[in-house]
Design a protein around this ligand. Structure first.
Ligand SMILES: Cc1cc2nc3c(=O)[nH]c(=O)nc-3n(C[C@H](O)[C@H](O)[C@H](O)COP(=O)(O)OP(=O)(O)OC[C@H]3O[C@@H](n4cnc5c(N)ncnc54)[C@H](O)[C@@H]3O)c2cc1C
Ligand code: SF4
Length: 560
């Protein structure tokens, strides 16, 4: 009874100038820029950053080859200050893989924007931890372990902050003895920097009709393992990308392999989520990729030390939603600033954080609050982010329309034209048409795929790999994968699409089990979830909504 009363109690509220959701590169860059500007003009400015991971960086998964344009602008003396971005790129390699062979594309054929010289290889998670320290040193209040679960609005419909989720709610939805009511964090402006397919971002996009109807956001799923390889296999500074096998020509995606640090190799595989065959398993494609004769020798004598997965945005320039709404803005990959052919988004995430920080500071300095940050939207649409994304805007739609071989060739021509005739290129912008959840073919029209069994040395089963993500959730809490209709997985998705969640989920969260009566049942092992958001994107019935579990739950990535 006492617990129920606690659950009804009003939440405590804290007031800030700026509330930021997400301690990724975008959110932290915004917080740092705000505090830098406040220090320069000697004024007080309170800034808070909420992060759902147990610590800053715990939910960050990236390649990562980092274009330092944003870092240089935000913290020009980042080298002196010890930013953990230490391995300069020395060599770029592009491979086209067939089942048994590989062909290296001459670097001279690649458009200059694909060249990685001047970039650095490192862990984006480690960089975010470092950003978190810089932000705290400047007086930003950074709170890891707190998920923003709800957007707060005023009577006029403007966003006035967020509320953290209640802690200690049982699986049955009732408060337990550990119940703690969530907090309201109210601000003059609220910056949402949740990364790809943010849960609050999704609500805001819907409420303020921010998405472009004819260019829905597109996504990929990126799976990654971190390996410590034998010293004689390590080539510090090597950046290798491939496309082709094991994916067929109609399925977009490819691999990355980055050598850096102390004999570390970051190996990953991206599958575009507009794939059509419901039997496709991105995880198993990744495992199969590692067995290619041009790839596997790198891992001889090495060991996999971490695993994880995360969705990335792929819609590019034409899918960027309206970025502002009364009281706040969308930043980073939540808005979709990823450059797909470059497989880079962290530089634009940082640049968007800087732009949002500057626009917000200007507005607050002018005595404004809870209105639209037009200066932020203008900056993104005219400055470096626009230049970076506009010139590659047709690459992804060409790939989707013409398949890997022809699509990449046409995309290459478009990128070259954009290099020779800046701002002109093909002269038009192709649309994305369908959202990714609408691209699956029916199972009866699709071919099942037989994947090889993992060997436990180079390739691993999903559950073993999930244990290398460090993911952990309080078991006694409501399931954070919400089904609008609990019957749809069995009555629609299973007969029509062989329930693809079993295969696209990289963490074995979804299973079809057979009840004692012989009936199929959809089982959700929510504790395995690595917060990649793929189910929220790809479920063909759009029946799954990912919401934040208790703060601190989820993967515990280190150095990802
Ligand atoms: C496999 C893969 C490889 C990539 N390779 C590269 C690369 O080589 N180079 C490159 O530049 N980019 C790369 N990217 C893209 C890059 O990682 C992103 O562009 C970048 O991380 C986006 O930064 P962000 O701050 O917008 O979001 P994120 O980095 O996703 O950070 C968002 C943060 O917000 C937190 N959060 C989300 N929702 C909430 C909430 N409701 N409450 C509290 N906290 C919340 C998350 O836990 C997370 O810490 C890659 C991405 C993937 C998936
Ligand atoms: S349940 Fe959804 S968000 Fe979690 S790991 Fe699986 S696909 Fe990703």
């Amino acid at each position: 009874m006492a617990n129920s009363a606690a659950a009804q109690a009003p939440r405590e509220a804290m007031e800030f100038d700026v509330v930021i959701v997400g301690a990724g590169p975008a959110g932290l860059a915004a917080s740092i820029r705000l505090k830098q500007l406040a220090a320069e003009s000697e004024r007080d400015l309170s800034v808070v950053v909420l992060e759902k991971g147990s610590e800053v960086g715990a939910h960050i998964l990236s390649g990562a080859v980092i274009d330092p344009i944003g870092l240089n602008r935000l913290v020009p003396d980042w080298k002196e200050k010890g930013a953990p971005v230490v391995t300069p790129v020395r060599e770029d390699k592009f491979l086209v893989l067939g089942e048994a062979g590989a062909m290296r594309l001459p670097n001279i054929l690649m458009p200059p924007l694909m060249n990685n010289h001047g970039n650095y290889i490192g862990s984006l998670g480690a960089l975010c931890s470092w950003f978190g320290e810089q932000a705290s040193d400047l007086g930003v209040e950074v709170y890891p372990g707190f998920a923003a679960a709800e957007v707060l609005y005023d009577d006029n419909g403007a966003v006035v902050g967020v509320a953290t989720g209640d802690m200690g709610v049982g699986r049955d939805g009732k408060p337990t003895d550990n119940f703690v009511r969530g907090m309201e964090l109210r601000g003059k402006y609220t910056l949402i920097a949740e990364g790809a397919r943010g849960s609050l971002t999704k609500q805001l996009i819907k409420k303020f009709a921010l998405e472009k109807a004819d260019n829905p956001q597109k996504y990929g799923i990126g799976l990654k393992e971190l390996w410590q390889v034998a010293p004689d296999k390590h080539q510090p500074g090597l950046v290798q990308h491939s496309f082709g096998w094991p994916l067929g020509n109609r399925t977009g995606g490819g691999s990355f392999l980055y050598h850096y640090g102390d004999n570390l190799v970051s190996v990953g595989f991206v599958v575009h989520l507009n794939y059509q065959n419901p039997y496709l398993s991105p995880y198993d494609e990744f495992q199969r990729f590692k067995t290619h004769p041009a790839i596997s020798p790198t891992f001889d004598g090495g060991k996999r030390i971490a695993y994880g997965a995360r969705a990335l945005t792929e819609g590019g320039w034409q899918s960027i939603p309206d970025l502002i709404f009364p009281g706040g803005a969308l930043l980073g990959c939540g808005a979709g600033f990823m450059n797909v052919p470059r497989i880079k988004g962290s530089h634009n995430a940082i640049l968007s954080g800087i732009a949002a920080g500057e626009a917000t500071f200007e507005a607050i300095s002018a005595g404004r609050e809870h209105d639209r940050l037009e200066a932020y939207e203008d900056a993104v649409r005219t400055d470096d982010i626009a230049r970076d994304l506009k010139r590659v805007r047709n690459v992804k739609p060409l790939w989707s329309r013409f398949g890997t071989i022809a699509g990449i060739m046409l995309g290459g021509i478009d990128m070259w034209l954009n290099t020779i005739l800046p701002g002109i290129g093909l002269g038009f912008t192709l649309k994305h048409r369908k959202p990714d959840w609408a691209t699956l073919r029916m199972a009866r029209k699709s071919k099942p795929i037989a994947y090889p069994k993992p060997d436990g040395v180079l390739t691993f089963d999903k559950l073993t790999n999930v244990s290398f993500s460090g993911t952990n959730h309080e078991e006694n809490q409501p399931v954070h994968l919400k089904l609008a209709d609990p019957m749809i997985p069995v009555t629609v998705n299973l007969p029509d699409y062989a329930e693809p969640a079993r295969l696209y989920c990289p963490a074995a969260v979804y299973e079809i089990v057979t009840d004692e009566g012989g009936k199929p049942r959809f089982q959700i092992n929510a504790q395995n979830c690595v917060h990649c958001k793929t189910c929220d994107i790809k479920d063909p019935s759009q029946n799954i909504t990912w919401v934040c579990p208790e703060g601190g739950g989820g993967p515990n990535y280190s150095g990802m």
